[in-house]
Design a protein around this ligand. Sequence first.
Ligand SMILES: [Zn+2]
Length: 249
Amino acid sequence: MSAEKSLAIVLRTIEFSETSVVTTLFTEKFGKISALAKGARRPKGPFESALDLLAVIRIVFLHKSSDALDLLTEAKLERRFRGATRDLSRLYAGYYVAELLTELTDEGDPHADLFSAADAALLRLESDAPVAPTVLDFELTALRLLGHLPSLHDCVGCGNSVEAVGRVAFGLVVGGVLCANCRPGQRQVVSISAPALVAMRKLTEENEHAELMELEPKVRGELRGVLSGYLAHLLGHKPKMHDYLKTLV
Ligand SMILES: [Zn+2]
């Protein structure tokens, strides 16, 4: 057992006993961890309400090697998430960032790049940046960094390249575009417009955040639909925040 330090984003906090909580954190250095915070529910406890949902905190914890919970020994607040003070959509979008980090990552699998992307997304949600593009950008970035991007250029059936003309078949289960030969017999296929496919291809390249702002609402709506369907299949269930995201476009 060794003491480790990291920055972390608070994803969830559950009451554990009268005085303690178990908190799920996405740390910069160690990926997702679950840690017991003894005394966190006491007024003037050792964590001074640093364990707020979506807060960015600086932690010290004892890393247990077995299946036991890690033990949080220090948590200092770096930044509280203030999106909710602006409007509710920013709070819900923040919840969705936390939900994706919880669902898409495994415990103890470090992704410093994903930590930075999440940190940046939360900061944008606290600013004047538009919410829907920020969410789309974070989803695509998370999928790219975790190696879960759908196939957008080559047919997932035969590997031939698929041109972005007219409407293109996208298999939610197989995870990508399908050519005319491979489409028959596939389950859960949606059709997406060429502009939506082109936009998605562009957005999945690195450093293309600016493009998001210029998307037409119609194209953005299509991307919202395809991504929600794709993520629901990837995770095996519909994310809790998806119904709310429909109202964002
Ligand atoms: Zn094919």
